[in-house]
Design a protein around this ligand. Sequence first.
Ligand SMILES: Nc1ncnc2c1ncn2[C@@H]1O[C@H](COP(=O)(O)OP(=O)(O)OP(=O)(O)O)[C@@H](O)[C@H]1O
Ligand SMILES: [Mg+2]
Length: 483
Amino acid sequence: MPTLRSASRGLQSPKKISESDSTTPTKKRSSPRSKETDALVCSSPTSPPSDDVFGKVAKCKIISSPRSSRKRLYGDEPTQGNKWNLKDPAQMKAVKEALHLATVPTSVACRVGEQNKIFDLCKEYFEKERAGSLYVCGCPGTGKTLSLEKVKNKLLTWSKEMGYEEPDSLSINCTSLTNTSEIFSKILQMFEKTCIGLTPLQRLQHIFSQKSSPRRMMLIIVDEMDYLITRDRSVLHDLFMLTTLPFSRCILIGIANAIDLADRFLPKLASLNCKPHVITFRAYNKDQIYEIIQERLKGLGYDVFDALALEYCARKVAAASGDMRKALAVCRSAVELLEADLRDSCELQEFHSVTFDHMDKALSKAFKPKIVDTILSLPLHQQIILYAIVNLFSQSKKSSTTVGELNRTYNETWRSIHRNKRTAIGAVEFTNMCQGLSDQGLLKLGQSKEEKSRRIALTVDSSDIAYAFKGNRFFEDCKHSEE
Ligand SMILES: Nc1ncnc2c1ncn2[C@@H]1O[C@H](COP(=O)(O)OP(=O)(O)OP(=O)(O)O)[C@@H](O)[C@H]1O
Ligand SMILES: [Mg+2]
């Protein structure tokens, strides 16, 4: 099977990846992804306490046979680790689970600093028996939810060890609320089931203003807090103001993607005397993505990825978004491609790990440009015209041609595909096809007295066209017959 690199070989030189290579712009997630995943993540059991609060050594829960810590940085020589027995379905299952979003790693690599900071602030509130608030923000997939669950578990264990009264804890994902003010009913459930006469917010305000209010501390984690933003932001203000009431013992931690949310609502919260501490989770860089995946796989006892393949994934995802969710998805997809290769391969090819080519294909799939779908949905003749134009430009090093010249290249391509068995379309139909491509914004068709002299140039990147035809047997056969 060809890869993006091999597919574009005949068409243009392979694209080099670099730090700035960004096929998919970083964007804030607007629609919620599967919250089932988050629910599963949140259900993780408490990890055992240790002096190193959020120890760097991570092991996935599914792992049964831990092996000694081995740090492998890319650029190093491949390690002499145990070989992955790809014929063992249990090993394959373990790999997939270790890379699954719902699998909770026992510790969170590369987020020790952030977790310690949050833990220390919460600890201080505990020790002083006073309320307070934190605002945790960062791009999607930067480990906020995961880290906060770890901090919560750690705090519960720590408070027990210190002999404090067990705090109440509540994690709310705002995407599950039917309306923004439902957040107050959820918090109120920590105290009682009913609320007669007063609104849930008023009831909470009343409780936190009474001397008789519960003295135990409360940890409330409000995830996906962006969903609470109303036009006047009153819900957000009311929520944070709960921590200012005289008998409140509430540690409120809001988590959101919006980094600028803090700028937008902090001044007001400062004026209301409830400005939260802000902790920002920066997008993962390539080294961190590499390390996190290695950590998640560490306990398996065998190498899953070739070092170069993993490095490629880390670089590409870091350049695009630094989203760990994306990195894990690409890695899983690369494993599935390896699995498919093992199933389909007629040759008895020996694989012991995911290769660079598998990763290349998985990344190409994950970062597929939108234009590729448009190209793939075109009628065959128009696809052949695009294929012909890319070939023509790549051979002649030109960036434009005429309808007449392209028609000749198209005819040659057609003949090589159909081995002269079928007749190509006529000149008029050919121009109509080109016009159609121009109407779809795929090429530019100039004006001229003579149809065949009209100039044609591509308006899309030729590498996108090459990519669209990658692995397409029709065009691959044509390429081979040209060679
Ligand atoms: N440091 C890490 N170590 C291991 N796995 C990680 C790490 N960071 C993130 N992940 C994994 O990446 C996925 C996304 O992480 P998480 O849900 O914590 O991100 P998030 O910052 O809360 O994203 P969002 O803003 O979209 O809610 C999870 O499956 C998580 O297990
Ligand atoms: Mg999250």
